[in-house]
Design a protein around this ligand. Structure first.
Ligand SMILES: [Zn+2]
Ligand SMILES: [Zn+2]
Length: 321
């Protein structure tokens, strides 16, 4: 009898140990709140993703197409607590801007009068667009620390360099930056965000290497392959703007399901399919709505011959990785 009780006790102990081990392994590394997910048309739902370590409220915002309406949606769905103005000022610690197209910066510009001082992180070519086209006193008041005088000095431009590790001020995260090609001689950006040993990769708009006559994606894949093999990359945010039937000459530096899978095939060659299957592939920047959007999702699933983990973000809904 005694032996039996001991045995049961041992089993319970083992079970507890296994549970806590599994829990530890399953602990989320990043929390993402999409403030906007679309690639155009609907001005209330354009690319912007709040990203923080899972247990932190100190976010960086990757792209800033829609801010205020996204915060309102997140608050009404209990993804965020408080009011939009306070969260904008206190919890978004800075912006990572992938490129200067309006669908990635409109929310930042429109909310700038109410915002608190913070950094705008971008490649020099992207900062030039903000400086010379938007914060000019002609298009909008200059809330930044450079460009057309007077400078209101609310936002500080932080010039990123390819491959350089940068601390994201006010957060527990670091950033490494890589260039992307988004149409002829137009630069976009990939942001590799790190927290401890974990990583999340956010790509701004990008075309495929073949059509862009570029090797930016191949270079990026080379950089992240070892991280994927080490099981440290939790998610890749990457665009799919158009259907497969979109003619090449009308892609304007964007991806289709077929082109996305071609690029991910190249990544899988470097990492092995098994390792890449552990990474969530978050599909951003779809340009369709309603039944067309559903059709694009079906096309992505059909073209996903490697069986990768495709994830579709929803405005205002927390994603954990
Ligand atoms: Zn865009
Ligand atoms: Zn764009």
């Amino acid at each position: 009898m005694n032996i039996k009780i001991n045995h049961i006790f041992l089993c319970i102990c083992l079970l507890c140990f296994q549970c806590s081990f599994a829990q530890h392994r399953l602990t989320n590394s990043f929390k993402v709140i999409p403030l906007g997910i679309k690639g155009g048309l609907d001005e209330s739902n354009l690319s912007a993703y709040m990203i923080a370590p899972a247990k932190s409220e100190n976010y960086i915002c990757a792209d800033a197409g829609t801010i205020r309406h996204g915060l309102d949606v997140a608050i009404s769905g209990d993804a965020l607590k408080g009011n939009a103005g306070d969260i904008l000022k206190n919890n978004i610690k800075g912006y990572l801007i992938s490129h200067g197209h309006l669908d990635h910066v409109a929310g930042l510009i429109m909310n700038s009068p109410e915002d608190a001082p913070k950094n705008i992180y971008a490649l020099p070519s992207v900062i030039n667009v903000l400086k010379e086209k938007y914060f000019t006193w002609m298009a909008w008041a200059n809330f930044t620390n450079e460009g057309d005088a007077p400078h209101l000095d609310k936002y500080k431009y932080v010039y990123l360099k390819e491959g350089e590790l940068v601390q994201l001020s006010g957060t527990e995260m670091q950033l490494t930056t890589y260039p992307l090609s988004h149409g002829p001689s137009y630069q976009s950006t990939a942001f590799l965000i790190s927290h401890n040993e974990n990583r999340l990769l956010y790509l701004g708009d990008t075309g495929s290497d073949t059509l862009e006559k570029s090797n930016d994606l191949q270079q990026l894949w080379k950089q992240v392959a070892p991280i994927i093999k080490a099981n440290q990359l939790k998610a890749i945010f990457i665009e799919t703007s158009f259907f497969d039937k979109q003619p090449d000459k009308l892609l304007f530096g964007h991806l289709t399901p077929r082109l996305l899978m071609q690029e991910l095939d190249k990544l899988a060659k470097l990492t092995g399919v098994g390792a890449l299957k552990q990474v969530s592939i978050v599909i951003t920047h779809m340009k369709y709505f309603g039944s067309d959007e559903q059709e694009l999702i079906e096309e992505l699933k059909k073209d996903n011959h490697l069986g990768l983990k495709l994830v579709f973000p929803v405005q205002g809904k927390v994603m954990l990785f």
